[in-house]
Design a protein around this ligand. Structure first.
Ligand code: SF4
Length: 376
């Protein structure tokens, strides 16, 4: 097996055995913190020497979560509550929960009730992030998170350690952005499923370890010849494009992912922590720099233009807006995205993502029709 396949299989194997990965970290004596979407100060968990594990839902059948959430809550959070109730999160010591939307606000409280043995650490970011007072507010919130993590790990987290972790996270983000750039230029060099597995594995590995593997892969992919590609290129927008069955359809219908603006993927990596000595200032300024995102105030609707620009810059043939079922922030943004695409003559598909279900009947029909529309 070549090194490229070996790295890709490591990523796939990690995502296929999340419980095992977390169990191993637990047995090594580490405290485990479940990190919820969309943006959480995960680098503080890393700086405290604890293991951050992503909690972005998953395929499951909802039964116990129904006592916390109405059926019209987004499917990611229904999955999170089902896992919380059914013991899937048994190895976690705490949750780190940002609250940028109404559903996450409710989840932060639900987790306190459902998981009485775990600490629930909540951070409330100012959604109007451009005002200068937002920076001091964010620093106050970050200080509270830091203090709670210090209680959990039983020691102070020094500034130097946080700065070190921020640099590790910046290096990871740079490696991820480089990976996206390389695979965009060589459609077909990795499948949509593999591209996603590489991103997702990063939620269950220490960032330095993941960066090392991604950097090795980048070097090999950059040197490899571009495969002959007969399909079309698409941009994915939205929160996430799971489960894998949906991604397999992109591969089946010869739609290569040229770029994404998914919250679970590129949105996590495109805004680095600025340099500086004060780590809390660096983190607060990073929040201030985030733009074009459905959970941050975007009064001028810059996100719509940003998504259309991504399609043009990456020479994509169309955009698939992966509409997470019952996600209000994403639904609010869709009309402006549709208008931006219409103005630029970019084909657009609004594809409902139900993360809980592995059934792909509807998605298959819609993706097939879209692929025919754009000539794949
Ligand atoms: S942003 Fe959307 S998908 Fe994410 S938690 Fe909120 S409602 Fe759910």
């Amino acid at each position: 097996m070549g090194r490229v396949q070996e790295i890709l299989e490591t990523m796939t194997a990690t995502t296929a055995n999340i419980a095992g990965v977390v169990e191993k970290q637990k047995q090594s004596g580490k405290k485990i913190v479940g990190v919820l979407p969309v943006y959480a100060p995960e680098a503080l968990v890393h700086a405290a020497g604890m293991f951050p594990a992503g909690c972005w839902g998953g395929v499951t059948t909802i039964s116990r979560a129904a006592k916390y959430l109405p059926p019209f809550a987004c499917t990611i959070m229904q999955g999170v509550m089902e896992f919380a109730e059914s013991g899937v999160y048994k190895n976690l010591d705490a949750f780190l929960v940002p609250a940028p939307c109404d559903t996450l606000k409710a989840i932060s409280q639900n987790l306190i009730y459902a998981c009485k043995d775990k600490k629930v650490i909540i951070i409330s970011y100012p959604q109007n992030n451009k005002m200068e007072c937002a920076v001091s507010y964010t620093k106050t919130e970050l200080a509270k998170v830091r203090a709670k993590l210090e209680e959990l790990c039983g020691q102070k987290i020094p500034d130097a350690k946080i700065n070190e972790s921020l640099d590790i996270y910046n290096a990871h983000s740079a490696a991820m952005m480089e990976f996206f750039k390389i695979v965009s230029a060589k459609p077909g060099i990795v499948s949509a499923v593999q591209r996603h597995a590489l991103v997702k594995a990063g939620y269950f590995m220490l960032k330095e370890e993941h960066t090392r593997l991604v950097s090795d892969l980048n070097k090999l992919l950059a040197e490899a010849p571009a495969p002959s590609w007969k399909g079309k290129k698409i941009v994915l927008a939205g929160i996430m494009a799971e489960p894998n069955n949906v991604l397999e359809l992109f591969d089946e219908f010869k739609l290569a992912v040229a770029a994404d603006e998914l919250a679970q993927e590129t949105r996590q990596f495109r805004t680095p922590f600025p340099q500086g000595n004060d780590p809390m200032e660096r983190m607060a300024r990073q929040w201030q720099n985030i733009e074009c995102c459905s959970v941050v105030l975007d009064a001028e609707k810059k996100r719509a233009k940003h998504i259309a620009d991504m399609a043009v810059e990456n020479k994509a043939d169309g955009i698939i807006y992966c509409q997470m079922k019952f996600c209000d922030p994403e639904e609010f943004d869709f009309p402006s995205v549709a208008e931006a695409c219409k103005n630029r003559n970019i084909p657009l598909l609004n594809l409902e993502i139900d993360q809980l279900s592995e059934s792909t009947g509807q998605a298959r029909t819609r993706i097939q029709a879209f692929s025919e529309q754009i000539g794949a």
